[in-house]
Design a protein around this ligand. Structure first.
Ligand code: MN
Ligand code: MN
Length: 403
């Protein structure tokens, strides 16, 4: 539809981009280009990645704390068996509620038995892994996960991860506290090495000599043999029925929204009971389509970009509105209640995860709101004819398809 068709007769198409005083933005200095001089040191490689930040949309206003970061620029800790890199609040200040870790384990590679003070939610992005854990009521679980699958370990529950063949496992962890670090976990080997041997002997009912060869430094990640068939490990660990599943096949779940523009698949306590403190959405957006204008009333949104390219504008009080670009491996954070959209800016499918520190996924859609307000009231605000408002989408679409 031609956009001018929506303009009531007698109205001109408005010029957007200079709504504020004093005037701001490149659009308002087009006749005075000297004000836009940039002669200092520049990194063209970086600038080329952020077209919407370097030359912001005319509707952007003022500034706000960075809401973009990336695992691509995070240092990696590499050991035999695999590697990890992270983005905690120390690295990415706005990331209060979630700390993220990107990890790889080679086939057989083991992330050693450990636990921590926060919950651990994770999504598999490549390959296969075996996870083991013990619930707070003492029930064991051993499961295999692959691309698109999730796991969740409540705070304090012990666990291990192991890469499986042929490619090992790559995944992203989200801790439900921005301060939590992958290098700040309670490790099995550390505890053994720092407990008096006579106490270990007494605890396990064996001679002290049994512990003479334990490692004196922790292992964290180390190479191992690939484990036997899942059923063999489950039987060896004493797995029985009775425990809520610790894993969830998110990429195979029924979408909350689905149309020609894409889909949104949800994992929260309504369909994945075990995940008591983290909710997530897997969002798929076709070229030309968009995650619609919306906000989340109950938690900050932590985003991880899996594939494709996107731009997002975050609307804050003030007003503050800033736009930036996202690519695979990037991370974004949108504070609770701040308005946003995510537009597919590429020729390929865009896919990203929204992760929230809450038990239940919640959103408010702008289109859903405005289609449930008396049209005359909306018209009085926006100066749009009620007959035109009646053509707006009714209810939430999740994704707005390309028209
Ligand atoms: Mn862990
Ligand atoms: Mn969102």
């Amino acid at each position: 539809m031609d956009s001018s068709e929506n303009v009531p007769i007698g109205h001109e198409v408005p010029t957007l981009g200079n709504p504020d005083l004093p005037q701001e933005g490149e659009i308002n200095i087009a006749d005075h280009p000297q004000s836009n001089t940039m002669t200092g040191p520049q990194n063209e490689a970086i600038e080329s990645q952020f077209p919407n930040q370097v030359h912001a949309p005319a509707t952007d206003i003022s500034t706000q704390p960075f809401f973009w970061s990336s695992f691509n620029i995070s240092p990696r800790r590499v050991q035999r068996g695999g590697w990890a890199r992270e983005l905690t609040k120390q690295d990415f200040h706005i990331s209060d509620e979630i700390a993220g870790v990107n990890m790889y384990l080679e086939p057989g590679g083991i992330r050693e038995l450990h636990w921590h003070q926060t919950a651990e939610w994770a999504v598999m992005t490549r390959g296969k892994a075996r996870v083991t854990t013990l619930s707070r009521s003492g029930l064991p679980a051993v499961e295999d996960v692959e691309e698109g699958d999730l796991w969740f370990f409540p705070a304090g529950t012990p666990h291990s991860l192991q890469g499986l063949g042929p490619d090992g496992a790559e995944f992203v962890l989200a801790f439900d506290d921005g301060e939590q670090s992958e290098s700040n976990t309670l490790l099995l080997t550390d505890w053994f090495a720092h407990t008096p041997p006579e106490v270990l002997a007494k605890n396990f009912g064996v001679a002290q000599e049994v512990f003479s060869d334990i490692p004196l430094h922790n292992l964290w990640i180390f190479p191992g043999d690939e484990p036997p068939a899942l059923e063999v490990d489950q039987a060896a660990a004493g797995v029985e029925w009775g425990m809520e599943p610790v894993i969830f096949r998110l990429s195979r779940s029924k979408p909350l929204y689905e149309n020609t523009g894409g889909s949104i698949q949800i994992a929260d306590s309504t369909n994945y009971k075990y995940s008591s403190t983290v909710a997530a959405a897997l969002v798929t957006v076709e070229p030309g389509s968009m995650r619609e204008l919306h906000w989340h009333p109950n938690a900050d949104e932590w985003q991880y970009y899996l594939r494709g390219s996107a731009r997002m504008t975050v609307f804050n009080t003030g007003p503050h509105a800033n736009t930036t670009d996202f690519r695979p491996g990037d991370v974004g954070v949108v504070r609770k209640n701040f308005g946003h959209y995510i537009e597919n800016t590429g020729d390929d499918v865009l896919q990203f995860l929204e992760v929230f520190r809450t038990d239940k996924y919640e959103e408010i859609s702008l289109a859903n709101w405005l289609s449930h307000v008396p049209p005359q009231l909306v018209s009085a605000h926006l100066n749009i004819d009620p007959a035109v408002l009646a053509t707006f989408p009714r209810g939430s679409q999740g994704i707005t398809p390309l028209r």
